[in-house]
Design a protein around this ligand. Structure first.
Ligand code: ZN
Length: 616
């Protein structure tokens, strides 16, 4: 493509285009997949000390050089048309192993990291390309559902949509449904590459071509470090050196953890090989105590070290791995934590002392009660003693305010972006009309026009497009920031939950996540971004975060039906929605005392397995 040209029709679809963010977390999830499922991982942040100028420059160089190398590797193996030659991962690797030898100015170990990343993302891009082709073929007859759409089908060219029949489209779909995916891909190959139409008719061929055109348009060369907030993650093998410095010079690629007892300021250093071959190692002072590592090492094994390089600085993370252990049998548990996940209060935890010995079979039965059975159970079983030994409530006020602030900002940006797109659309109409261009004509940014007003509007058109890109970058950045805020708050709360569970050797009982609609009155509408991140996925996200931590520490987690937990008084065996006076307040007429509704729910959950039948 010639630089500066712009596709007139395609630009309006830019909003669907998402930049590819690699490295971020991807490597870890890949290595998790490759590992035996019995190994659990956990990442721990480690703080680094202020770096001096030369170390900082070396690391910035490493970041840039590694990104450039990875991008050049991507260029070497990326296929514009994967249908043509579909190289296996092994083949991609072989090509790059040759290229890797020619890399200059980058230590071998780092060049290898770049190679592995490049072959993985390219392989994944090719696979995505094939998945998209097959996906479209499988849904050939799918119609566009929006009322005011100008077209009928997603994948059928507009000029034949009234001629082609449902039957013809279903025949295309059958290629995926009956045969293997290979059969479907062979069809694309035959039609697109070999111009072979058999066994399709002319209209079907056009559909295949349209699908291919759409997918090819989306099939873009992956690019490292696209976003401005791009953070490069390098996973390093490591080894310990307790008494420092011996033999380190022999090591080239590995990171070495050094404990230096004689150093007054720092005891721990991460010693990295220099990005430049045969350069002096870089010693990063980091703040972890040897004790911490030893403690974690007893419970989990230090597996690797992750170096995160962004434009703003350096972060170091330790990855711990641990064999998966089954949670202790429920019979041995004397405490249970009830977790209520909510809106105003992100999380409310109650720890209940359980008097009787729990029974696995009974616990399983209680987890699977249906709505009627749950009501029956809760109104005939009680906990008369006050057996709650500790409670913790995490108020989400500040978190919500922060999220709201960002989301308000996103909302404003979005309306700005929409406004600019409208202007762009009008300008486009005007230019196409004035210049008598075809609808899908190419126009160059560098074009010059004699008429002054054409020249002016042409310029304005491209300026607005640039502006819209800038605003969209900002919106992406804010969106990521929101995700970060949520992740760190949920992570903090989940850590508190885990330490509470460890303290009492307790199990955790929570409501089962059902797909019930969100209560409208409890959630104020605050715009799409806010809702998306808080109502729909929030509880699921929290459960994933805490679930992983609980699993890592071998803490049993149980889900019970989400019925009546917020409208039950366990002391009196009363089940009545009326007792929940408001979002905040719960009042049982027999207790006659107001309770925080979330705390009551957490109490009910904590006691769920330990209730005793009422003697009648
Ligand atoms: Zn009561």
């Amino acid at each position: 493509m010639i630089g500066g040209t712009f596709f007139f029709v395609a630009f309006l679809k830019l909003s669907c285009y998402t930049s590819i963010q690699m490295y971020r977390g991807e490597h870890l999830s890949m290595s998790q997949k490759q590992n035996k499922p019995t190994e659990l991982h956990r990442m721990v942040d480690v703080s680094t000390a202020q770096l001096n100028h030369s170390k900082e420059q070396s690391l910035l160089y490493l970041r840039q050089k590694l990104i450039d190398t990875a991008n050049s590797f991507v260029n070497d193996i990326f296929q514009q048309e994967p249908l043509d030659s579909n190289p296996t991962k092994k083949e991609l690797q072989n090509i790059l192993l040759e290229k890797q030898k020619d890399v200059e100015g980058l230590n071998k170990g780092y060049a290898e990291k770049a190679r592995i990343q490049a072959q993985n993302v390219v392989h994944e891009a090719h696979r995505r390309y094939f998945r998209r082709l097959i996906g479209r073929l499988a849904h050939a007859s799918e119609r566009i559902k929006e009322k005011d759409a100008s077209r009928l089908y997603y994948y059928v060219p507009q000029h034949i949509e009234n001629i082609i029949t449902e039957k013809q489209l279903k025949e295309l779909e059958a290629f995926v449904k009956q045969g293997s995916t290979q059969k479907a891909l062979d069809l694309f190959r035959a039609v697109v590459l070999e111009k072979e139409s058999h066994p399709l008719d002319a209209l079907q061929v056009q559909v295949i071509q349209e699908m291919h055109r759409q997918v090819l348009q989306k099939h873009q060369r992956p690019q490292f470090a696209k976003g401005d907030d791009f953070c490069l993650q390098i996973h390093l093998d490591y080894r310990f050196v307790t008494k420092h410095h011996e033999r380190i010079h022999e090591m080239n690629e590995r990171a070495v953890l050094i404990f230096d007892e004689e150093n007054k300021q720092f005891k721990t250093f991460l010693s990295l090989s220099n990005p430049i071959p045969r350069g002096k190692r870089i010693q990063l002072p980091i703040c972890i105590r040897e004790r911490t590592i030893k403690r974690l090492d007893r419970q989990g094994r230090l597996k690797s070290i992750v170096l995160e390089l962004s434009e703003n600085g350096v972060k170091v993370k330790l990855v711990f791995a641990k064999q998966k252990t089954n949670p202790k049998p429920v019979e041995t548990c004397q405490f249970a934590i009830g977790r209520d996940f909510g809106y105003t209060n992100t999380c409310t935890l109650s720890v209940a002392k359980i008097e009787q010995t729990l029974d696995e079979e009974e616990v399983t039965r209680l987890c699977n009660l249906d709505k009627e059975e749950a009501k029956q159970y809760l109104s005939t079983h009680v906990q008369e003693d006050d057996n709650i030994v500790e409670r913790k409530q995490f108020n989400g006020k500040r978190f919500l305010a922060l999220m709201n602030e960002h989301s308000e900002h996103i909302r404003k940006l979005s309306s700005q972006i929409d406004g600019i797109y409208n202007k762009v659309e009008r300008l486009k109409g005007w230019l196409v009309g004035t210049l008598r261009l075809a609808k899908d004509a190419w126009i160059s940014k560098e074009s010059r026009f004699l008429e002054e007003n054409v020249q002016r509007n042409h310029q304005k058109f491209f300026l607005l497009l640039e502006l819209v890109e800038k605003l969209k970058r900002k919106r992406r950045w804010l969106y990521k920031k929101m995700l970060g805020v949520r992740k760190s708050w949920f992570g903090f709360v989940a850590n508190e939950e885990v330490s509470l569970a460890k303290k009492y050797k307790a199990i955790v009982i929570r409501e089962k996540l059902t797909l019930k609609p969100i209560e409208k009155e409890s959630i104020e509408y605050k715009g799409k971004a806010f809702n998306k991140m808080l109502s729909n996925g929030a509880r699921g996200t929290y459960e994933n975060i805490s679930g992983q931590k609980l699993e890592f520490w071998g803490i049993g987690e149980y889900g019970v039906g989400a019925w009546y937990t917020s409208s039950t008084c366990i002391k009196h065996g009363l089940v009545d929605k009326q007792m929940r006076k408001s979002q905040e307040s719960f009042v049982c007429p027999l207790c006659a005392k107001e309770k925080n509704a979330d705390m009551n729910a957490a109490d009910v959950l904590a006691n769920y397995f330990g209730l005793k039948a009422i003697d009648l």
